[in-house]
Design a protein around this ligand. Structure first.
Ligand SMILES: [Zn+2]
Length: 251
């Protein structure tokens, strides 16, 4: 479905199939990353990525009977993908002045509690088997659909690429997007970490980990549904990314 959507928009679309042995389940799991490339000949590559898989287990659901069920993932998965899909439409209409790859990672949210091994499998495979020339930087977006959107600076992002953090939060500030908060928040293991660790790509994560806030939790529950999300949140993040891609801001 993504490939059919992206093919008429992008210059090239790569389907990266891979297999991963999941020891606790004793299965060989087949996964697919999808990469949509624009203006690759310009170099100075930028990756914008999100995960398209959704969690197979709602382990934080208040009802124990739901905890073995898969989540809808309106925010945890689909929100980032929605923004990527719309960015693809803009990139098709107006060619960027630098190489931009939109990357749809699989296997981000399979992992088991207390063990990072089976999280972020798609980004790890991608980082170890780069199907595109090595980009100069990467932006991961995750859980950005929350109707109560608050995005502090994820800690390891600032360590990896402070200049990129500053640029993006400055763009948000210029728009008056108070959702972006320029303070160091928690450290979160997300798809930017394998990009840093295995491919040495300076990478950041735009994420609102408290969904909807510190007092209520829809994260990894069956309540992660579209009614908890807001089109405004997608717009805020999408607009910041568009301004950055087209450098529509002052340095
Ligand atoms: Zn998740």
């Amino acid at each position: 479905m993504f490939i059919a959507f992206l093919t008429p928009l992008a210059d090239t679309v790569i389907q990266q199939d891979f297999e991963w042995y999941i020891k606790p389940d004793d299965i060989n799991f087949n996964m697919t990353n999808i990469i949509a490339n624009f203006s690759m000949e310009k170099g100075n590559g930028l990756i914008i990525a999100a995960h398209w898989d959704t969690r197979p287990r709602a382990e934080h659901d208040p009802n124990p009977r739901n905890r073995g069920m898969p989540i809808i993932g309106a925010n945890d998965g689909a929100s980032g993908i929605a923004v990527l899909m719309h960015l693809a439409e803009h990139l098709a209409e107006k060619k960027p002045d630098r190489a931009v790859s939109l990357v749809f990672f699989d296997g981000e949210d399979y992992g088991f509690t207390g063990n990072l091994e089976y999280y972020c499998m798609g980004s790890e495979y991608f980082a170890k088997n780069l199907p595109i020339p090595k980009p100069v930087e990467a932006i991961v977006i995750d859980m950005i659909g929350d109707a109560e959107l608050t995005i502090p600076v994820e800690r390891s992002s600032y360590r990896s690429h402070p200049k990129l953090v500053e640029s993006l939060w400055k763009i948000a500030d210029r728009h008056g997007y108070s959702e972006f908060e320029y303070r160091i928040g928690e450290e979160i293991y997300d798809d930017h970490i394998p990009l840093i660790k295995f491919a040495d790509i300076p990478s950041i994560d735009i994420i609102d980990f408290h969904y909807p806030n510190r007092f209520t939790n829809y994260w990894h529950t069956l309540q992660d549904t579209p009614d908890k999300c807001s089109p405004r949140s997608l717009e805020v993040v999408g607009q910041v990314l568009l301004d950055y891609i087209y450098q529509e801001y002052n340095h």
